[in-house]
Design a protein around this ligand. Structure first.
Ligand code: CP3
Length: 344
């Protein structure tokens, strides 16, 4: 039977007149219904580990907007937690974790085969979603890329320049690489389990890839993404992989070929015309409207949305933001973006 889901068709290389659309962080604090369900769950992590409520918030933006894809509601930092790191969220600030600065911090981490004990509620969320999503909606699973996850595990928090992770990489490269290896293997198992539960596409978020330069980008952004993609493709032939080496700049060029991903997600620092000529030549791209337009709206939103759709119209393209939508966004601007993409 011919594929009918718009997102899967585009990922297979088809150029549809209207590109499929979804949005990073589409289930999130800008939506009143999300805030209500999060309050019901108690806190963010309780929401992530509550399959019924996590499925509910995943479905909310699908009901409201009819996006072509739903992304599993979870977080990239659940993998460190499953490996034994302490994890908590400070309201208004962000994540906090126990740190990894020396060999003894690494030695107490759990083996990869133990992660499912913590992560099994996430697989249950995927199972619920694959039953409840509309037939035309694609279900995307995800994980953080090893480098990005390691930056949080090393520093114990988000950092502006990933300084602590770069320092460990230089000062104790053996430990740094052992950590990356553990995360890489855990990520393969985690994504495989999501696929077995019903995820139809997986996305690898390397939010901090931009701070890796030259050889370090090849070794710690490209290579882990290649290893994960190859393992997923060997175990689950036909499952598309989206890679997101955020802020990679020139590093986007050749990324799909070097890693084997089916689609490269672009942040909004790259110009659509440039990316069409240098990245989309190798296959599907996703992106890349600045998420600030979801706050400011108006004619600028419409013009920029049209410019992006036009720039990528000659090859496969999934419309998305360049990064996650922010809590101060106006839900009506999301509708305006969708209507513009769909030509209404
Ligand atoms: O996109 C989606 O709707 C799916 C769910 C999703 C979340 N986080 C939910 C979330 C996904 C795919 C992520 C990925 C994620 N998480 C990344 C990579 C993408 C990116 O944004 O660069 C990173 C770096 C994280 C780690 C993380 N989680 C941080 C730094 C924070 C705090 C910052 C913030 O926005 O508050 C989170 C919390 C988080 N993850 C929220 C959501 C909806 C907000 C939590 C809340 O409800 O209070």
């Amino acid at each position: 039977m011919a594929e009918t889901k718009k997102l899967l068709r585009e990922l297979a290389g088809e150029v549809q007149e209207i590109p499929p659309i979804w949005m990073m962080r589409q289930a999130g604090r800008y939506l009143p219904e999300y805030r209500a369900t999060r309050a019901q769950a108690g806190d963010f992590l309780s929401l992530c580990y509550n399959p019924e409520l996590a499925a509910e918030v995943t479905l909310q933006p699908i009901r409201r907007y009819g996006f072509d894809a739903a992304i599993l509601f979870a977080d990239i930092l659940l993998v460190p937690q499953a490996l034994g790191a302490d994890l908590w969220f400070v309201t208004g600030e962000g994540p906090r974790l126990s740190t990894i600065t020396q060999q003894s911090d690494f030695d107490v981490l759990k083996p990869v085969e133990d992660i499912h004990e913590t992560l099994s509620p996430v697989y249950e969320t995927v199972r619920i979603l694959s039953k409840e999503l509309p037939a035309e909606t694609t279900l995307i699973g995800f994980a953080g890329a090893p480098w990005t996850v390691a930056t949080y595990m090393i520093a114990g928090r988000g950092t502006p320049d990933q300084g602590p992770a770069h320092a460990l990489r230089e000062e104790n490269n053996v430990l740094f690489e052992a950590l990356l290896e553990r995360i890489t293997l855990a990520t393969i198992e985690y994504l495989s389990a999501q696929i077995e539960a019903g995820a139809e596409v997986v996305k690898i978020f390397d939010s901090w890839a931009g701070s890796l330069k030259g050889d370090a980008f090849q070794k710690y952004a490209v290579e882990p993404c290649r290893v994960i993609t190859q393992a997923i493709k060997a175990r689950h032939p036909g499952i598309p992989v989206i890679g997101f080496p955020r802020e990679a700049g020139e590093g986007y060029v050749g990324f799909a070929k070097a890693t084997g991903v089916d689609c490269v997600a672009l942040d909004n620092s790259v110009a659509p015309d440039w990316a069409a000529a240098h990245v989309q030549v190798d296959g599907c791209v996703q992106g890349n409207l600045a998420s600030s337009h979801m706050v400011t709206g108006g004619q600028a939103l419409v013009d920029e949305t049209r410019r992006i759709v036009e720039a990528f119209s000659k090859g496969p393209h999934i419309f998305n933001l360049g990064h996650g939508i922010t809590p101060d966004a106006d839900p009506e601007n999301v509708q305006l973006m969708i209507d513009t993409v769909r030509g209404r």
